[in-house]
Design a binder for this molecule. Sequence first.
Ligand SMILES: Cc1cc2nc3c(=O)[nH]c(=O)nc-3n(C[C@H](O)[C@H](O)[C@H](O)COP(=O)(O)O)c2cc1C
Length: 166
Amino acid sequence: MNIEYYHASRFGNGAKVAEEFRRQAALLGATVNVHHIRDTDPKRLASADLYVFSSPGQWGKPIKKVRRFLSELDLPVGTRCAVLTTEIAPRPDKETGALPTEEEQAKWQRVRPIINELLQKAGLARIAEDKILVTEIRGPLEDGWEAKVQSFAEQVVTATAGAQRQ
Ligand SMILES: Cc1cc2nc3c(=O)[nH]c(=O)nc-3n(C[C@H](O)[C@H](O)[C@H](O)COP(=O)(O)O)c2cc1C
């Protein structure tokens, strides 16, 4: 199984996540090639059984270069892909100490919904999505991030192997 992984890490956290994904997927027998999108022509991606797209969040969206990259993809309709973003951990309210609910977060945080809209427009079939959190703007990654990446790798490798058997 061949997976092509495209990320747009600026401070290195997303690059670490990509490398951990590559390591975990390799343990499951998959070959993962990791690329930064700045080195990639979105119209000429290497062929793959699965693509993984990853972006840091910025002002509630995926960064602009990722939005442009995804809007220029030229892959066959139905191509399988997965999304793994890096996003800032929600902060507790200064007065109440309560963390924002999913609903409250969704008002300003639209990183994955925007990626998903762009993938849908490109005709791709998204099989999984997740986010890995950073605890401060430039990192570090949240505690336990490796286990989250491991379970994401297991999920997408198993689903892709299942689709190949059909
Ligand atoms: C100017 C700026 C704005 C940001 N805005 C958001 C945001 O709206 N939502 C979010 O989840 N993360 C936001 N972040 C944090 C990024 O998610 C974080 O820097 C990134 O995931 C780290 O990954 P990287 O090291 O691979 O670049 C912002 C970071 C910067 C520098």
